[in-house]
Design a protein around this ligand. Structure first.
Ligand code: XIL
Length: 438
């Protein structure tokens, strides 16, 4: 089984020599290739992927078809670091929390929720997390439970909770390539039934969740990434050489997915979602080409999602702004959504690595994180005109819920709430920026 942690690592470049060295000592399974031209890189994540595999593997085992045990995630299985709570602010300050960041906001303000019902951090087992969501957010994304190989029933309790609390749902994701999240029908691209099963999967999922989900990531991560070839490299045309690409012998499946989605539900909003597209390199070029072509030919697409898993000093804010602008320019009818925002404190991949030690405290890093959240949201508000704003979603509730929390040797704290579900300076920063448009 491959683990997403490996893939994710490739999300940022690593220096060529280090990449080769890692491959030589067994890190090659991740298949990262190098790209010296990218400013930050991902060595530590590569190594961290090894140690985090067990938690990833166990949470991935919740994948319905085959698994027996959904054991769990950081909250229950990861030993707490010495400084569980990032320090540097007064969490008892009554001005934190409870004032409704999303209230009055003219676009969804979302958050990914822990959806593994056997894990200690499961949304419906954590009153604090539920309050965090209901206080400030208007939309949720299931962190895993709507992915391709999950049984649809797994999403039901949280869906019910969301509708009881007046919270919308962004569907994630209909088509996504990682092998550990593929249903069995999708393992073999030369299977004669592959294309029909693919179509049926989209029809089934959209129908089951119709009326409960306002928007879908129809296709996730279909553009190739030179730093993420663990399971599917980059085809000569720039697309990811995934099982879907192979089954269609090209990227035609993307368009087909959108057409089937629209045919099945004319009302739900349809997004294409990807990562590292804020970097404004080749991947962004391919994205711009693809979306422009879709819009010109009337392929039914409503929006583009930028995942936005960023580091303190990567991607460059200038590139983030330019990338958003390029998509905005394609059509005034296209929505742009930040779908998975998180901001790590450390950057172990930079020329001069920075590993932030939050023990006993790290106020400067927390302040830098707050400013980074603010500059990204500010970029979104400056560049995306009001009618094109599909919303902003934060990728997780608490720091120890985050897929970037346990970094093998250190911890990172990428989110708005600490591990005790207390708001951090970044929370304040986001609230401050978003309040400017209410
Ligand atoms: C991640 C989840 O956060 C993890 O719990 C899981 O182990 C792997 O997937 N891009 C996406 C998301 O589109 O689905 C990924 O979520 C993070 C990267």
């Amino acid at each position: 089984m491959k683990h997403y942690a490996n893939l994710s690592l490739g999300r940022l470049a690593m220096p060529a020599l280090l990449s080769i060295a890692l491959a030589a000592c067994g890190g090659g399974e991740q298949g990262e290739s190098s790209s010296a031209s990218i400013s930050s890189s991902s060595v530590a994540e590569v190594s961290s992927s090894v140690s985090s595999e067990s938690s990833v593997a166990s949470s991935e085992s919740s994948i319905a078809e085959s698994s027996s045990s959904e054991s769990s995630s950081v909250a229950s299985s990861t030993p707490a670091p010495a400084n569980e709570d990032p320090i540097g602010y007064d969490a008892s300050d009554p001005s934190y929390g409870g004032n409704g960041i999303a209230s009055g906001l003219p676009f969804p303000f979302g958050i990914a929720v822990p959806d593994n019902r056997d894990a200690g951090n499961y949304l419906l087992s954590s009153a604090d997390r539920q309050s965090a969501v209901t206080n400030d957010f208007s939309q949720i994304t299931f962190e895993n439970a709507m992915k391709m190989n999950y049984e649809v029933e797994k999403a039901q309790p949280i869906l019910d909770w969301a509708s009881q609390n007046g919270i919308g749902v962004h569907g994630h994701a209909l088509i996504w390539h990682p092998s550990y999240q593929l249903p069995s029908w999708a393992m073999n691209p030369s299977d004669s039934q592959f294309q029909e099963n693919f179509r049926q999967h989209i029809r089934d999922r959209i129908s089951v969740f119709q009326g409960r989900v306002t928007s879908w990531d129809v296709v996730n991560e279909a553009i190739g990434d030179v730093n993420d070839d663990a399971e599917a490299g980059v085809a000569p045309d720039g697309y990811r050489d995934s099982v879907f690409y192979q089954a269609w012998n090209g990227p035609g499946y993307i368009e087909e997915a959108f057409r089937i989605a629209r045919e099945t539900d004319p009302d739900v909003l349809l997004y294409y979602n990807d990562f590292n597209t804020e970097e404004n390199l080749e991947k962004t070029d391919t994205l711009v080409e693809m979306i422009t072509d879709f819009v010109e030919r009337g392929v039914p697409i409503d929006g583009v999602g930028f995942q936005m898993h960023v580091l303190p000093d990567w991607a460059d804010i200038k590139d983030i702004r330019e990338s958003l602008q390029r998509i905005v320019n394609i059509s005034p009818d296209l929505l742009i959504k930040i779908t998975e925002l998180d901001v790590r404190l450390s950057n172990p991949y930079a020329a001069e690595p920075s590993i932030v030690n939050c023990n006993p405290e790290c106020p400067d890093a927390l302040l830098a994180q707050k400013q980074r959240y603010q500059e990204i949201i500010q970029a979104y508000l400056d560049i995306v005109p009001p009618r094109q704003r599909g919303g902003i979603t934060i990728w997780g509730i608490t720091d120890n819920d985050s897929w970037f929390y346990d970094q093998d040797g250190y911890y990172d704290y990428p989110l708005l709430f600490d591990s005790a579900v207390q708001p951090k300076p970044a929370y304040d920063g986001v609230k401050e920026i978003l309040s400017t448009i209410q």
